[in-house]
Design a protein around this ligand. Sequence first.
Ligand code: ADP
Ligand code: MG
Length: 385
Amino acid sequence: MAINKLADLQLQNKRVLIRADLNVPLDGVTITNDLRIRASLPTIELALDRGAAVLIVSHLGRPKAGGDNAHLSLEPVAERLHELLECPVVLVRDWRNGLNVDPGEVKLLENIRFEEGETKNDLELARALASLCDVYVNDAFGTAHRAHSSTHGIAKYATESCAGILLASEIEALERALANPKRPLVAVLGGSKISGKLEVIYNLKSVADTMLVGGGMANTLLLAAGVNVGNSLVEKELINDAMTILQTAEVPLPVDVMTADTIDVKSNAFLRLSDDIPSREAIVDIGPETARRYGKTIAGAGTVIWNGPMGIFEYPQFAEGTRKIADAVADTDAFTLAGGGDTIAAIEQFDSSNLIDYISTGGGAFLEFIEGKSLPGIEALQRNS
Ligand code: ADP
Ligand code: MG
C-alpha cells in the first residue's frame, strides 16, 4: 500500500497537523485510562524532534447537536498531554480565523466533533483544517473506519499527507497477519454474538488455515452442527449462515464446554461434553479439553489473529478458557495479533500484553480491517503513484 510515512518527511519549521485518537474514557474530568494518549506520543514527539510546529486534532465521545456538551471538552486531555510531553499544550477553542503555532509548540484543537460538519465529512471544514498546516498526519487508527472531515476530507486539501507512527504500525501488523502471513494462519474468534462478526468470519475463512471458535458465537455454530445447546445464547436467525460457515471452512468445534444455570458472580460452572448439555444450562466458556486442543493448534501456528473472549471472562469461574487461550497466544512462536475492546481487557487481566506481538488500538477499525474492508482514513492517504 503506497502511503507516505511521517518518518520519511522533512518537517523542519513546518506546521504539522496530527489527527490523533484521544477519545479516552472519562469519569467527570478524570481520565480513567490514558492508553490512547500514550499511544499517540511517539508521533507527536517525532514531529517536535524534527523541528515542527504541532497541532493536534481529536474527537471525544459523541457530542449532541445543540446539546450541552461541556463535559466532552478536551481540556483534561490537554492537561494529560502536557504532563506526558513535559511541555505546554494549549487548548484552542476558536481557530476558524486562523491560528499561529511556532516550531516546538504544541496546540490541541477543541473536540473536533463540536463542529457539526465533522461527522458529515464536510469539505468546507476539511479545507479549513487543511489550511492550518503544511503536513497532515493521520495517526487515528481507532477512527480510520470513518470518513470524517478530519480523517478523510482533509487529505484532499492538505499539501502533504502521511500516516503517523501508530497508524503505520497498525497497518504493518495487520498486513503482516493477513496479506502475506507465515502459515499456518490460525484465527481465534470468540465474543458474545456471531451477528456482529459474520463479515469477519467470512473474510477470515478465506485466508485462515484454521478458525478456532469460542464464546457465545460458537453456540450458534454448535447448534448448526446439530448439538443441543440447552439454554445458551444463540442466534437462530443466523443458523443458515452458521451452516454455510461449517460447510465451507475448517472449523473444529468445541468438544467440551463449561455451563451454568445462572450467570452471576456466585454461580457454579459445570464441565459438560458438547453432546451432553442439560437443557436448563447455558454455555459460559470452552472446556479444558477444547482449550488444550486449541492451545496445541496455536503452538503450531505461523501467525495467530485473535478477536473475542472464549467465555464470560468477567466472572472468574467462567474465565479459564480465555486465560488458557491468552497463555497459548503469549507462548507460541507465531506472529501474534489481537484486537477488540473486551479481548484486550481479557489480555490485560491475564497479564499477557507484553508477550503478544501486536495489540491493536482500534476496536471497530480493527474488525473492519479483518473483514477485508478498505478503511477511509487509510484510503485517503494513498498515493496515486
Ligand atoms: P471484543 O470487544 O473483543 O470484540 P465482544 O464484544 O464480541 O469482544 O465479546 C465480548 C463479550 O462476550 C464479553 O463481555 C463476554 O462476557 C461475552 N461472552 C463470551 N462468551 C460468552 C457466552 N458463552 N455467552 C454469552 N456471552 C459471552
Ligand atoms: Mg466488545
